[in-house]
Write a protein that binds this ligand. Sequence first.
Ligand code: A3P
Length: 423
Amino acid sequence: MSISLHTLLTQLWEEVLETPVAPDDDFFALGGDSIKAARIMNRLQDEMNAIFHPASIFAAPTVNELSAYCLNHYPAIFAQKALTTTAQMVTDAQIASAKEHLQQRNVAEDLQINTTEPNNRQAIFILCPPRSGSTLLRVMLAGSPALFSPPELYLLSFNTLQQRREHFSGPLKFFREGLLRALMELKQHTYSQAEILLDELEQQGISTKKLYGLMQEWAGQRRIIDKTPGYAFNPTSLQRAETEFTEALFIHLVRHPMATIRSFEEIRVDLVTQDPTTDDLPLSPRQKGELWWLTGHCNILSFLQNVPANRQFRLHYEDLVVAPEQSIRPLCDFLNISFSTNLLEPYQEKQRRMTDGVTALGKTLGDQKFHTHQTINANAAERWRDHYQEDFLCDASWTLAQSLGYERESFTAQDETREEWEI
Ligand code: A3P
């Protein structure tokens, strides 16, 4: 049986809000909040077998609006006649403008390097733009007893915890979840106990640097791995990792630009936040994906130029998924940890690896597609080739891709037509 998108959304809203819903009823007036928004979008995900973001309900808070929003932003999934896209290359002016915009994304306006408090001991940072395979890598590394590798912390982007709290509210509340999950594990707390602890720390006016110190104390012998892709967009966040820790180690995770862009387009990463100052660039999702990839890696490479070679390690996502053991062994040497087959089993020990998504909001953090795989999936490396038959990358992206070890290829132009989809 096929039902309209409008009917499906109404059903999901009524199920979660537990009240009848008319097409123009406001979600928040009916008692909706960020957790209920996450539950609705998780249900839509299950129904459509695609990824959606709670922030969309904040941008389109009635069934009528959300229906139009879905048709507009996800034509390949919802429209009866899917659009045929023509690729437009990004320009130098767009590259410069995206760099400027992304620098302000999910970061304190007055972000500074903290030189007043004592430095923290060594930590490990995974640096990459979103959709590079960072969730898989962090979960693999969480298999080592010598490491503590939680979901994204977003600490280096703010001076204090209070500042972080004020920024991550409303539609962005789910960004708080990674740190909460880390605190649960470090202190063996329930979710509510971790919330109380974080509230107290925020009220005490603690700096993010100081919290790292506390977390290191709680982690004991284990070294903390921070995988927060957002750091790649802000040079000050990156510099904090180098300046505020003793001999920090950096894993630069790279992935083919077209694979990263395909992943970005599919998930619509630009719709995660709906921040008009940084996300409202007049660009197609594909162009945005390219600019995020390019900006992220350019920032990381210029940052790493001033980090000694023995403290940085480049890892290709493609190698990680195609030959996991051969990729992880040298990484273990670099991190000075023992290799164990545990590292190759990211779907084991859900609680210890913090992949259990303890709340509806927690499920929306990091890579939702991690849970669509059952094992390290080698096929994911080249999957983008099924979708792109033309070369749309600008020269700057190709030059960067080549410097990261990817070959420039020629593509045979073909018509891009997509299948019709009915729900
Ligand atoms: P695709 O969207 O191309 O499938 P990140 O965590 O940095 O956002 O990266 C997300 C990418 O990692 C997604 O790429 C996702 O499928 C891929 N990934 C997650 N778990 C994986 C696994 N077990 N094997 C292979 N790739 C995986």
